[in-house]
Design a protein around this ligand. Sequence first.
Ligand SMILES: [Zn+2]
Length: 218
Amino acid sequence: MTANHHPSDQTLLRFSAGTLPAGPALVVAAHLSGCPVCRRRAATFEAVGGEILTQMQPEALSSKALDHALSRLDANEIENRSQAGMRPARTSIDNLVLPAALDGCSIGPWRMVGPGVRLSRVGLPYAPEANVILLKVKANKRMPAHGHSDLEVTQVLTGSFSDGDNRYFPGDFVEGDDEAEHSPVIDSGGECISLAAIEGHVRFHGFLGRLLQPFVGL
Ligand SMILES: [Zn+2]
């Protein structure tokens, strides 16, 4: 599984510096666990940032979210090295084993939020205020249309969807900008499950969007 769509350098830098909020940091960690390209890049940023930040107050670096994310990455790397060995119990939903970054998170039940659209809330024990969801959309359905006002990141876990000229597959990372208003369409091959974190106020539009709004608590 090779990703074609990756976090922006700005997002990776913020992740490496521990300044990305816990929700998006979790989704970035989920991407890194399957993307060696971004793992190397994040490690480089971390090394460079560490050099600079040794001149600064060490408490500026403290971030429970980053610590958690990095510990999950470590666990994932250990697992990769011992593929035939014992695997730790993993968090899963349906028959899908979720990325190691979600270990220890609570996974809510699927709730129908519109025709063919289900949502499950992900609870982060170290950041209960984080807005993280799993979204399951049936084939050929359109995702709820919405515009971004701050930051939205999505990691595709299963299935695929198209958004304008781009197609996104498992392992791909989608970063919403603050101007785009879009409503991706799930490809015909099957349902799509993605992990998303939303920061700031999001304006949802249309019938599905109005249904979804109360569930994301914004
Ligand atoms: Zn990547």
